[in-house]
Write a protein of this length. Structure first.
Length: 592
């Protein structure tokens, strides 16, 4: 049971509640067991994956499969799976750790691992019957068999519930006969257990099925030739009168979309974790190169232009870690709370992840966008060599690109996060209305001219974040009032709102992490401040764009004045000095 049961365990609540630093979990607090998991994952990747970079880049699918088998032998495929089904039964944070440190060495392996342990295994773990779990999980947990997840179709990608794959009960009632086609299926080349979604008869929604590889009528396309993750197997999957036993229906009929979404919720937060070690490795390569490469008679790491990039990369990692592990522990605590309340573990796991689906979407978008940017700057630090396949940045950049597309594109996740917040409010699960009205009132009032006491570490930064939350409430509240039921169609505005939302969650996570563990003169506090400064600037752009587009006259003037008031960072630190301090630390250290 968690030791932090008093904290808020409501997803999205961070927007209206002040989170004390002691309520967030950080990487600084790993248990000895978790540290062992982290170190053995990292050691495995350094030993078994990194030296084979060239093979992974040359479409060596067999190498990916063989490495996955090794991971199975070491227990890494069963981290989440309960012991009774052959796994290690570890908590959510440990699952994130494994995903983090196993994914940095190579994007193809990261995808194979994520697809197998996440969307390939979770649907059975979360929705399977006892018989299904006993039959399939032990093989999946040990790597005896691999899993794949077949949702996307040629005409049904983001609109996943619109698939044309059909299932029909056989005349003797013993089988479902499935016909259709899936596309972009990771692990399809070597998986033996497939989670397949199809519509039974003329059902409105899809239903999940467990399909074994040797099922008659199941065939595969050739390997796709891809921009990145070149040794990750990705194929089309065809069903031609494929006979699936009725007992392999997963969950309930018509409930497949829920299975798909809930599995993706977990997949999304794990995708954030899966990007973290990649970012750390890019930084290590980039600083090493910058220290060795000489131009104009000195190492390029002495140039401010390069140091700025290194400081920003390191800051991005600090922030990404802060948000990812904060949300992971919140999910774990929620699961523990539900189990303590009498809920069975399977149900609790589902509800725990569902509760923090907003945070999972925020993390997926923020970390995958940032990883692409980090890899891009990595190439820039390498100059011409960055463009060469002989240097590590080229593959890192290509591999990072997919993170913004799968597990729901970043556009879809941005829209989803804001949409889910609105839905939670409508359902009374989260009270955004009262705080939004309070912000409206504050806008009409006269601003206080009191000078607050900001002597405590990061107290001004926390006050800034509290005000940024008002920006979100002001902009989204006013837009919602204007468009009401039509809000869903206002994608430009929803994207603006999502940018504000993402920046708030990540900036707050970084500030709380820094406050919890580091001193005023630390590089971590500097990173939290640098990130907050940038977050404020991004929020100003996103909010202003929204306000001047949907509000007019007095309302627009009042909101723009509110925006100025709520984005004040009075004693803003010297940003160049902060950047230089961070750069100096990492240039000397040579890695994150
Ligand atoms: C390498 C790789 C591996 C994959 N692995 C798997 C897997 O294992 N299993 C699986 O089922 N799928 C897998 N996918 C599929 C992946 O999840 C989809 O590609 C993704 O969901 C997007 O669907 P789509 O490609 O059809 O794009 P579309 O849905 O056609 O989207 C095209 C563009 O339109 C935007 N868009 C679409 N709808 C909206 C909307 N309502 N509002 C605003 N913008 C919108 C998208 O954001 C995107 O920018 C994989 C894909 C790749 C490339």
């Amino acid at each position: 049971m968690s030791d932090t049961t008093q904290k808020s365990l409501i997803g999205g609540d961070f927007l209206i509640t002040e989170t004390p630093a002691q309520d967030i979990f950080t990487l600084e607090e790993l248990s000895e067991e978790q540290k062992m998991m982290r170190d053995s994952a990292k050691e495995f990747i350094d030993r078994e994956v990194v030296p084979h970079h060239e093979r992974f880049e040359s479409k060596d699918y067999a190498l990916t499969e063989a490495t996955m088998r090794q991971l199975g032998e070491m227990g890494f495929l069963g981290v989440t799976v309960p012991e009774q089904y052959g796994g290690l039964g570890m908590g959510f944070v440990t699952t994130m750790l494994a995903c983090d440190y196993l994914s940095g060495g190579n994007g193809s392996l990261a995808t194979a691992y994520g697809a197998h342990t996440g969307i390939g295994t979770l649907p059975i773990l979360l929705y399977g019957t006892e018989e299904q779990k006993n039959k399939y999980l032990p093989d999946l947990a040990t790597g005896n068999k691999f899993g794949a997840y077949c949702l996307t179709e040629p005409d049904a990608g983001s609109d996943a519930n619109s698939g044309k794959t059909k299932a029909k009960l056989s005349e003797d009632g013993k089988h479902y006969i499935i016909n259709g086609q899936k596309m972009w299926i990771s692990n399809a080349g070597f998986a033996e257990i497939f989670i397949v979604f199809a519509k039974i008869d003329d059902d409105k929604n899809i239903t999940g099925f467990i399909v074994e590889r040797d099922t008659e009528g199941l065939t595969f396309g050739e390997e796709e030739h891809k921009l990145g993750i070149r040794s990750s197997s990705t194929r089309q999957v065809f069903f031609n009168d494929m006979k699936v036993p009725v007992e392999n229906l997963l969950g309930e009929r018509n409930n497949g979309f829920k299975i798909a979404l809930n599995s993706l919720n977990v997949g999304r937060i794990k995708l954030a974790a899966a990007n973290l070690d990649g970012q750390r490795r890019i930084l290590a390569h980039a600083t090493k190169y910058a220290n060795e490469r000489k131009q104009f008679g000195v190492a390029i790491s002495t140039f401010g232009a390069i140091r700025k990039k290194i400081a920003e990369m390191a800051t991005g990692i600090f922030v990404s870690e802060a948000g990812s592990y904060r949300a992971a522990k919140d999910i774990q605590d929620k699961i523990d709370e539900l189990v303590a309340g009498g809920m069975n573990h399977q149900e609790a796991e589902l509800k725990g992840v569902e509760e923090f689906a907003v945070e999972a979407s925020i993390l997926k978008v923020f970390v995958s966008d940032l990883t692409q940017q980090t890899a891009d700057e990595g190439i820039q630090i390498y100059g011409g060599m960055g463009f060469s396949a002989d240097a590590p940045m080229e593959a890192a950049w290509r591999d990072a690109r997919i993170g913004r597309i799968y597990e729901g594109t970043n556009e879809i996740n941005r829209l989803l996060a804001v949409g889910m917040l609105i839905k939670k409010t409508m359902k009374g699960q989260l009270d955004l209305l009262k705080p939004a009205m309070a912000v409206g009132k504050e806008l009409m009032g006269i601003p206080s001219f009191d000078v607050p006491d900001y002597s405590e570490l990061l107290s001004e930064e926390k006050a800034v974040i509290a005000n940024l939350k008002k920006v979100f409430l002001m902009v989204s509240g006013a837009a919602l009032q204007k468009y009401m039921m039509e809000m869903e169609k206002q994608q430009h505005l929803l994207l603006n709102a999502s940018e504000i939302l993402n920046q708030i969650y990540m900036a707050e996570s970084a500030v709380l992490r820094a406050e919890k563990h580091f001193s005023a003169d630390s590089v971590e506090v500097a990173m939290a401040q640098l990130n907050l400064y940038k977050a404020v600037e991004k929020i100003i752009v996103a909010a202003k764009e929204g306000i001047i587009s949907f509000a007019e006259g007095d309302e627009q003037r009042m909101m723009l004045s509110g925006l100025r008031r709520f984005t004040k960072y009075t004693n803003q630190p010297n940003i160049i000095a902060l950047t230089e301090k961070i750069a100096a630390h990492y240039v000397e250290k040579g890695h994150y």
